[in-house]
Design a binder for this molecule. Structure first.
Ligand SMILES: Cc1ncc(COP(=O)(O)O)c(C=O)c1O
Length: 470
């Protein structure tokens, strides 16, 4: 296929060159109606490229197959049989994949270290999850993806399961042994969904962990906005094999999808594919070299330790590690990851991704260069030099995962829509999560001391209003 072409970008430029005139949404009409202050902040180019996908980018019957051709090129670039673009993030793609594999009351094996979109998928579909436990590292206080053995045992105990879902890489960059898990499932004729939201770059360099489709996944979901050059919400999901059909997957995505997809997001997905096919290997080669240098330089800073394969991979740990997720262990400096991240933003305008009670993480991508990594290193050196300004990390007792495991008494869907009592858990580190409130707003009882705003009543007339324990 001709990967110099970018059907969405080409159609977008043609629309602009032909001075097509919209009597359609979006109402700003190529920015003419937008407030100049908004245009000044966002740029005219953004409004100029924001158009309808149908009767805009393509004609009323989509006769030019603009989107279809872009998706075919993406599939060809990564070696999938079908690719679908989503402008609603991997949150939609994950749910579409789940709904394609299991329906109400059917079982799905789910690695317990799952993103909230997986929980939403369980609720929406009425799926009965069979939880597969991650591998817990009690020394590092970290969960790695479940071992294939855990999937084998779950499959043996639940021969009526319809498939499996595993997250790999995790936001910590740790990867599951997808090949072994896929083999176990395929021996039983079951499909495997891999939530590879953090792996947009994986197909384009052999030194990175094997991407899910090469390892045998049936459906694989990727957020191109996370590790690639996609705009926020740009996600793709890929399909191969015959265990899930393209028509099923498309219909499930259609059920959840917007009818107003953002052409901006499509365009960035299309451009990312061309960028990677044409120069991805070289770009990622440079990125990997840079990451090695940055990791070594951080290791030189007194008290900091960069987590590497020795820490995260091996027996009872992860199968592989994406080196672009640079995790820095702070045990040697005795302040928490949360405080370190806040300090770096406040004092150096540096924003980190994941932070936890003992780690911070800098996610590096092909977009980083000497300027960005020098700022990061200077910020980290200053952080350590300013250790006195940061409070000591609280001593966190993390129970053994076995002590936290709950008996699953009902379907997540029934629990979500059933009568519930809201119990606010106070954490020394975080305000109450609004998600706790969303299920059952604070309506009666003693006033909630939570600092998060109260949502309005979700309006389920059948729900019993319950007091809130604080
Ligand atoms: C593992 C995982 N899956 C899915 C998602 C959802 O992706 P998106 O933000 O593109 O909706 C995320 C987001 O952080 C994630 O970490």
């Amino acid at each position: 296929m001709d990967h110099t072409k970018a059907p969405v970008l080409d159609a977008l430029r043609a629309y602009q060159a032909q001075e097509q005139l919209p009597f359609t949404p979006p109402g700003h009409k190529q920015g003419r109606g937008a407030d100049p202050r908004v245009r000044a902040a966002l740029g005219d180019a953004l409004f100029d490229a924001d158009m309808l996908a149908v009767s805009g980018l393509d004609d009323r019957t989509q006769s030019q197959k603009v989107l279809e051709r872009a998706e075919e090129l993406m599939a060809d670039a990564v070696g999938a049989e079908h690719t679908f673009f989503s402008t609603c993030g991997s949150s939609l793609s994950v749910k579409a994949a789940m709904l394609s594999v299991a329906g109400p009351h059917e079982k799905l094996l789910v690695a317990r270290d799952a993103h909230k979109s997986v929980i939403s998928g369980l609720i929406l579909a009425g799926i009965r999850p069979v939880w597969v436990d991650p591998q817990w590292d009690p020394d590092l206080h970290l969960a790695h993806p479940p071992a294939p053995e855990a999937f084998r045992s779950a499959l043996e105990q639940h021969p009526d399961a319809r498939g499996a879902l595993v997250t790999s890489p995790t936001p910590y960059g740790t990867c599951a042994d997808i090949k072994a898990i896929a083999t176990l499932c395929h021996e039983r004729g079951l499909p495997v969904i891999v939530d590879e939201a953090w792996g947009a770059h994986l197909p384009f360099h052999p030194e990175l962990p094997t991407w899910a489709m090469d390892a045998g996944a049936d459906v694989c979901i990727t957020s191109v906005h996370k590790m690639g050059s996609g705009l926020e919400q740009g996600s793709v999901f890929h399909l191969q094999g015959a265990l899930v059909t393209a028509a099923t997957l498309a219909s499930r995505a259609d059920l959840l999808d917007t009818t107003s997809p953002s052409v901006l997001i499509y365009a960035a997905l299309d451009g990312w594919r061309r960028q990677m096919v044409e120069g991805g290997h070289e770009l990622l080669d440079g990125t990997l070299r840079r990451v090695r240098r940055v990791r070594a330089a951080i290791e030189e800073i007194d008290g900091l330790h960069v987590n590497d394969r020795q820490d995260f991979c091996g027996p009872k740990r992860a199968f592989d590690l994406d080196p672009l997720q640079v995790f820095i262990d702070l045990s040697g400096v005795r302040f928490s990851g949360y405080d370190a991240a806040d300090w770096l933003r406040r004092n150096h305008r540096i924003n980190l991704h994941t932070s936890d009670h003992r780690r911070i993480n800098a996610t590096l991508t092909h977009a980083d260069d000497d300027t960005t990594t020098t700022r990061l290193l200077n910020g980290l050196r200053d952080l350590v030099a300013s250790a006195d300004e940061l409070p000591p990390a609280p001593n966190i007792h993390i129970p053994d995962p076995g002590d936290l495991r709950l008996r699953q008494a009902t379907l997540p869907r029934d629990a979500f829509f059933g009568d519930v009592e809201q119990v606010h858990r106070r954490s020394p580190l975080l305000p109450c999560s609004p998600t706790f409130l969303a299920v059952r707003p604070c309506l009666q009882g003693p006033p909630c001391r939570c600092r998060t705003p109260r949502p309005t009543d979700l309006g389920g007339g059948h729900r019993r209003r319950v007091p809130v324990r604080t």
